[in-house]
Ligand binder design. Structure first.
Ligand SMILES: *[C@@H]1O[C@H](CO)[C@@H](O)[C@H](O)[C@H]1NC(C)=O
Ligand SMILES: *[C@@H]1O[C@H](CO)[C@@H](O)[C@H](O)[C@H]1NC(C)=O
Length: 251
């Protein structure tokens, strides 16, 4: 009788632990515009000559991501929540960058991916179709760790027009609950989720004027490589992604 009772207690303790809740980040990045970077540009040219600014901006984004440990391609999804906030703050205070807008918008989700895409599209301020679709693609379909029930889908959009004094970065976060069934398949419960929008404006004459100092601090990272760095793996079952944060590697 006593044994049965303590077993029952033990079992309920395990059940409580199994329902422990935690948060994780799924991340992606996209580039909008035309990358006119010259293949033979030197690191100094990358910052000095506006024609190469897609690479200059991509380099600053990658620099900031690495400095703050926001490297979703190699760091476990559960260890990215803090670094994500630091990455955003660091970029917003980077010389030549300034926060143009910061806004939160509620989105009502009813369970399907198509509906999520539409809700995000309608809540978007720019590049609506692209952002709706890209956000939908960040929803993990299979979540092997049942303690993760709270997700931030993070999308970085580098918008570098060839003919403008400014470039812009959109940092878009969709904060939502995602549940799983016994097989680990994701289920989107009906909910009021939140989209946070931050728009950072990049002063391109600043990059040109301070190219000498920039080149000493910021390693060159091509647009493609920055996108790869910020992209979470599609399969998060690998132990590299669910390993302890101590296994973090800096690229
Ligand atoms: C979204 O904005 C709200 C209000 O400023 C803030 O509390 C929350 O932490 C933000 N979420 C993310 C993921 O940045
Ligand atoms: C952009 O940077 C240039 C060069 O440093 C500076 O002269 C100009 O005032 C800056 N513009 C803004 C809006 O900060």
């Amino acid at each position: 009788m006593l044994l049965a009772k303590s077993l029952l207690l033990l079992c309920s303790a395990v059940a409580v632990m199994a329902r422990q809740s935690s948060a994780a980040v799924a991340s992606g990045a996209i580039f909008v515009g035309v990358d006119t970077t010259k293949p033979d540009a030197t690191p100094l040219d990358i910052f000095k000559d506006p024609i190469n600014h897609a690479t200059a901006i991509s380099s600053i984004v990658a620099f900031s991501a690495r400095k703050n440990g926001f490297t979703p391609s190699v760091v476990p999804a559960k260890s990215l929540v803090g670094p994500m906030g630091n990455f955003m703050k660091h970029l917003a205070s980077f010389p030549g960058f300034f926060l143009e807008m910061n806004e939160q918008r509620p989105v009502h989700l009813t369970g399907s991916l198509i509906q999520l895409e539409r809700a995000v599209r309608e809540a978007s301020l720019h590049h609506k179709a692209l952002i709706g679709r890209s956000m939908r693609d960040l929803v993990p379909g299979y979540i092997p760790d049942e303690t993760i029930d709270h997700w931030v889908l993070s999308l970085v959009v580098m918008d570098v027009p060839s003919d403008s004094a400014y470039a812009r970065l959109f940092l878009i976060y969709l904060t939502m609950d995602i549940k799983t069934d016994e097989a680990g398949t994701a289920i989107i419960p009906e909910q009021r989720a939140m989209v946070n929008w931050s728009i950072l404006r990049v002063n391109r004459s600043f990059l040109t004027a301070y190219a000498d100092s920039m080149v000493d601090i910021v390693p060159i990272t091509k647009v493609r490589d920055t996108i790869d760095l910020l992209t979470s793996p599609k399969d998060i079952t690998g132990e590299n992604i669910f390993a302890a944060p101590a296994c973090r590697t800096m690229l």
